[in-house]
Design a protein around this ligand. Sequence first.
Ligand SMILES: [Zn+2]
Length: 235
Amino acid sequence: MSGRWVEVAGGGYARRYAELDQTIGLVVGAERCLVIDTGTDETHGAELATAVRELTPLPWTLVITHAHFDHYFGTAAFLPAPVWAHERCAAALRADAEADRRTWMARYVEQGTPELAERLGTARLVLPTELFSDLVELDLGGRTVTLLHPGLGHTDHDVVVHVPDAAVVFAGDLVEQGAPPSIGPDTVLDHWPSTLDTMLALEPRIVVPGHGAPVTPEFVRAQRDELSERAAHNA
Ligand SMILES: [Zn+2]
């Protein structure tokens, strides 16, 4: 498990992993840094924590974009730390984390990577310590970032991170590059396009997806149109 950093804009980074084509975010302020998602298991989390330390010695705050296993099972590697999430994320974790773990362990065994199944099997579930419903501002020292829930979409509790001074939004799985947006049983498809409009109203120059490479607002608009078509087809 090893990733590589891509600098997105001043003090904003994306760490790219081959596994699941996953992308994790980092925003560095003058006093604190914010780590956006924590990876698939504690080994992944530890690799990520070490990689963050290559860029900054500052204390970290964590945000979990949503309750899908690859976004939170690395959290224990960062403790102690404040862990932010949407208020419905905590409930989703309590309800679904163990089933999510079993599903993916079985999938890893099937695809011939039992070591990933084993690591997922031993990862501790860490619940968020700080919850919000619509929006919260975090002062990282010299720069403020906003965590916000732009609406229903990939799940009912997706959080995006807006870094206004860099015109960057970390979108979690509301945006996906390199593969179609992931529609699951917890997706609210008919709301997803307008949720992306709310996100685009922040006027980012760069949007960092939860999987794939950073994209432009034009890319997000095309994905929104694709989701609108899917929603109309399903209606
Ligand atoms: Zn997801």
